[in-house]
Structure formats: structure tokens, C-alpha cells
Design a protein around this ligand. Structure first.
Ligand code: ATP
Ligand code: MG
Length: 449
């Protein structure tokens, strides 16, 4: 085979035309090498972090019955009204939905498998979610979340625990520009009092409401406070505050959360307008926001959702949790951190000839059994091409096997990097194949790998 790339970029004359290219679905991203390493690191950090707080992973299906989200998230929410990928199963007519979030699914699974029979549970999940939104930076149609659900815990300590977990994750990832906003949205009866006051307030100013707000005025006036319409900001700013409607228990709970956060030195700002977009929240709600990501600056949102387990048919179990937007978090990591180093292997195996190929294959497997990261050259090409690839692989050593070496049961080991990290010390040594794994393990220890 030639030294050139084996696949020519222009097809020879008379060759059939290439098939038309297909593209991915709008708003759904491919994760490619270069970014996938950062993603992988995040997953490793997260798995360790969740375990360190005693949280165990659950994985629920991506598809659930549509009714779960209608009941769990609420009919009058952005998600259920306009963002869900819902479809009818063509084979049996079931109404199904690609999950837009995972709290409802986790709670469904906890009830279905009776997870709470012997007490509360600390759970976490990660995976893709689907919402039919207008794609833009930080807002996609398939995106990923990492979430925590603490099911069956009543006290403010667990609210503070999940918030402290977030802070620790940002610290573990080296993120600084991210701050906590906190609020209490009280209990249902308190919200009813506030709701009546809100309706009266907005009704008296009906001409200043946009179409969405008018429609929600009686069905869900709280949602109006969540508006992103700049023309309505001052109106919303001056609306009756829920804090003035909280009873003693809600107030004490909220103060308990704040005291614990202060005790571990986690700063926060109380944002009375923070209500969150989902219906199942009560009492504590919070968001972690950053100025480094433009308009989509909320990296994590969560809070307490005491009514949800009962709403989905379980025995009452007060709970709280949060979800982190993985794409936004990764962008923040990218913006604030070191460039992610490309993964490098220990050894690149260069070979030429029929007999050498078999030897190279078995030698590569033997080296992997010895614990080394090995890339065996594949796809032909002369030594020059192969050494270029060996260099690009980041390997510390090339192991070279030609037909002569194959017969002699030896390999030539060539150091690709100098001790100071400079390229090409070029040291070269012939080593018996039997001794090769030990030789390379020692040599890699010597280079400080
Ligand atoms: P927003 O107000 O930005 O629409 P949300 O309240 O709908 O957010 P949640 O349902 O609380 O978001 O989801 C938790 C986190 O998941 C968000 O803070 C965000 O980081 C991320 N997230 C939500 N929707 C998307 C999306 N379409 N694309 C990327 N990330 C998202
Ligand atoms: Mg949203």
C-alpha cells in the first residue's frame, strides 16, 4: 500500500455518485472526541461525588406513559403544553413521551418497586432528556441532566444537603463563577392565599398582560411570575410576594435551610421571584446561575417536592432534589478550566509484513494484559506513515515489528519522547518478545507515566 491516505478524496472518473448526506435532527447534538473526554471526566467526578454523599444510581427508561408527565409535571406548564415529544405507539396505541425530565420517572420507579418500604432513599440519575424548544446556545432538544432525588426526607437538613452537594461539585470541577439563588414557595394553602392576591393584582392590570399571561391568569397565575417577557418585568416585580403569605412551619423550614447553609459557609441570595417552572415544587426552591453562559445562565435547578410521590400514587413521602444541565455545565468547565488533555496511549505498535501483523496483534494483546494502553497500527501504510500516527497518538514508545523481528521473536522499542517531554529522544533497543511486557512496564515507570 502507498504512503498516501488510502481513501482518495475525489472519486475516479465514472465512479457512482456519492449517496446524499443525511444530517442529525435539529437541536440534537453529536458528542465528538475532543469534547467527549471532558464529558467522561465529568461522569467520573459525578459518580464519585454522588457516592460520597450516599446516593445510589437509578436508570429509568427514556420513554414513559404520557400520563406520568401530565400528572407529575402539571398540565399548565411550558413542558407539558408545548415541549414534549409525545407519540402514539403505532403497534398498540399507547400514548408515550420521550422524558422531558427524570424526577417523575424516578418517583414512578420508586413507587412501582416499593423502594421506600424500609425508609427514605437517596438516589441520583444521569441521561438524555427531550424538549421541543427553539434551539440556541445552551438550549437543545436533546440535552442531558444529572439529577439528585432524596425521597422520603422531611427536614430542612436534606434541602441543605442537596444544595451543599452542588457547591461541592462546582468545587470539585474547579468552577467559580456560579452563585446560588434561593426562595421558599410555601405550602399549597399558603400559595392559595398568595394566588388569590396575585389574581386580584393582575386582574386590576389586565391590559398589561401578554397572551400567555392572560391565558394563565386563572389557571396558573404563579407561572406569570416566571415570564421571560421583558415588557412585563416591572409589573411582575411589584406583584404581591409569596413570602408575606408563609405560615410558621414554612417559615421555620426555610430559616432552617438558611441556617445550615450559613453554618457551612455557602453564600446565597434570596430571590423572591424564583418560582421554578414545574408544578410539583413546594417550600424550598433554588437555582445555581452564572453570568458566563449568556442568556442560558441557569446551570442547575431544584427544590422540595413534598406532594409528588402521593400525586403519583405512592404513600406520602416528602422529598427534594435538583437537576443540572450537563451541556451548560460542560460549557462552563470549558470556559473556566484548563484545556482537556487528549488521551494518550502508552505504546503504539508499528508493523509491516504478513508474519509481522500476526505477531503485532498477539504482542498488543499481551501488552494490554500487562496493563498498558496500546494502539496497534491498522490500515496499512509504510513505516513513515505509521511513525507519524505513532507520534500523533501521544504514545511514549513505539514497538516496531518487521518480518525479521517476527522470525527472531524480538521487537524494536523506540522512545518517542524525551525525558523533558520534548519529542524524539530516539533511543532504540531490541527486546525479546517474552520480555517485552516487563521491559515496557519498567520503562514507563521510569518515564514517570
Ligand atoms: P429554563 O427556564 O432555562 O427553560 P427549566 O426551568 O425549564 O429551565 P429545569 O426543568 O429546571 O429547567 O431543568 C434543570 C436544568 O436543565 C436547567 O437549569 C438547565 O441547566 C437544563 N436544561 C433545561 N432545559 C434545557 C434545554 N432545553 N437544553 C439544555 N439544558 C436544559
Ligand atoms: Mg424550560
Amino acid at each position: 500500500m502507498s504512503e498516501e491516505a488510502p481513501f482518495a478524496s475525489t472519486p475516479p472518473a465514472g465512479a457512482p455518485k456519492r449517496a446524499e448526506r443525511l444530517t442529525g435532527v435539529k437541536g440534537m447534538n453529536d458528542l465528538l472526541p475532543g469534547d467527549s473526554e471532558r464529558w467522561e471526566r465529568l461522569e467520573q467526578v459525578v459518580a464519585h461525588w454522588a457516592r460520597s454523599y450516599g446516593y445510589r444510581q437509578v436508570r429509568t427508561p427514556i420513554v414513559e406513559h404520557t400520563a406520568l408527565f401530565k400528572r407529575g409535571i402539571g398540565e399548565v406548564t411550558d413542558i407539558v403544553e408545548k415541549e414534549m415529544y409525545s407519540f402514539e405507539d403505532a403497534l398498540n396505541g399507547e400514548h408515550l413521551t420521550l422524558r422531558p425530565e427524570n424526577t417523575a420517572g424516578v418517583v414512578r420507579a420508586a413507587i412501582e418497586h416499593n423502594l421506600l418500604y424500609d425508609g427514605p432513599k437517596r438516589l441520583w440519575y444521569t441521561g438524555p432528556m427531550f424538549r421541543h424548544e427553539r434551539p440556541q446556545r445552551g438550549r437543545y432538544r436533546q440535552f442531558h441532566q444529572i439529577g439528585i432525588e432524596a425521597l422520603g426526607f422531611e427536614g430542612p437538613d436534606i434541602d441543605a444537603e442537596v444544595i451543599a452537594m452542588c457547591q461541592r461539585l462546582w468545587d470539585d470541577l474547579g468552577l467559580e463563577d456560579i452563585r446560588l439563588e434561593l426562595n421558599s414557595i410555601g405550602d399549597p394553602a399558603e400559595r392559595r392565599g398568595h394566588r388569590e392576591a396575585l389574581i386580584a393584582y393582575f386582574e386590576a392590570r389586565r391590559d398589561r398582560l401578554d397572551a400567555d399571561a392572560q391565558r394563565r391568569l386563572h389557571s396558573n397565575p404563579l407561572r406569570i411570575l416566571d415570564t421571560k417577557n421583558p415588557a412585563m418585568q416591572s409589573l411582575v416585580e411589584a406583584a404581591p410576594k409569596l413570602a408575606d403569605f408563609l405560615g410558621d412551619a414554612s417559615r421555620a423550614h426555610f430559616e432552617g435551610v438558611q441556617a445550615l447553609l450559613r453554618a457551612v459557609g455557602i453564600p446565597f441570595r434570596i430571590n423572591p421571584r424564583l418560582v421554578r417552572g414545574l408544578d410539583y415544587y413546594n417550600r424550598t426552591v433554588f437555582e445555581w446561575v452564572t453570568d458566563s453562559l449568556g442568556a442560558q445562565g441557569t446551570v442547575c435547578g431544584g427544590g422540595r417536592y413534598d406532594p409528588l410521590v402521593e400525586m403519583l400514587g405512592g404513600r406520602p413521602a416528602p422529598s427534594c432534589g435538583f437537576a443540572i444541565g450537563v451541556e451548560r455545565l460542560l460549557e462552563l468547565m470549558k470556559a473556566s478550566g484548563e484545556p482537556e488533555p487528549a488521551p494518550a496511549c502508552d505504546v503504539y505498535v508499528v508493523h509491516q509484513g504478513e508474519a509481522a501483523r500476526t505477531v503485532a496483534f498477539t504482542v498488543s494483546e499481551a501488552l494490554r494484559s500487562a496493563g498498558l494502553d496500546v494502539v496497534m497500527h491498522a490500515g496499512g501504510g509504510g513505516f513513515k506513515t505509521q511513525f507519524k500516527r505513532a507520534d500523533a497518538s501521544g504514545a511514549e514508545f513505539a514497538v516496531v515489528i518487521g518480518d525479521d523481528e517476527a522470525v527472531a521473536r524480538t521487537a524494536t522499542v523506540k522512545a518517542l519522547r524525551g525525558a523533558d517531554g520534548e519529542r524524539g529522544a530516539g533511543r532504540q533497543e531490541s527486546v525479546a518478545l517474552d520480555a517485552l511486557p516487563d521491559y515496557l512496564v519498567d520503562a514507563l515507570v521510569a518515564t514517570g507515566d
